[in-house]
Design a protein around this ligand. Sequence first.
Ligand code: SF4
Length: 205
Amino acid sequence: MSSFNPKHRDTPASQITIALYRIAQAIDYIFRERGKTMRLSPTQIQSLFFLKYARPGVRTIGGLANRLGVAYATSSGVADALEGKQLIKRAPLPEDQRVVTLGLTPKGEHDIETLNDVLDEIELAVAALSETEQIIFMRATQAIVRRLQRAGYVSVYEMCWGCQFFQKDAHPNDPREPHHCTFVDAPLSEPNTYLECPDFVPAES
Ligand code: SF4
């Protein structure tokens, strides 16, 4: 069984597998081309997106290592390079000075705004499918990702809405942090519920 061998692409599963591989190649190509114009590597672009959209508690060297699927020393090197380009800055966590957090500088915020449309070509290709095809494709790809996640090949970061640890309006008298996360046992502001979190577990439907 090898989807790379054209002779073996005689089943829907093998044809879909090679199509997913080509989509991954296309994304890699788009990231490299956009990176060239901004003097950023694909890993550096992914890191900037992580620092823009991950929940604040995981914006650390360790959190970045998990997100990129690399060793701590490697993510530290990525952070050094981005700091050298003045796109991010290190700062101690106010509640625990031993923890060093990573944050975007105004220049980093500007670059990520420029990069926000980097996946538009892929989305346009998907949007060209009929609505029925999109729903079937969405369910199918979600099932594939769940299986790859269980096998440890990919980490899924999602926002609070739909997470089994999310308690909406748990603190009705606190307009700044009205919601609650039972995983970290902490209140949540409305904006923080729209950030990506590695501890997301889908609520039972
Ligand atoms: S564990 Fe769930 S509720 Fe808690 S911050 Fe992460 S996504 Fe939000």
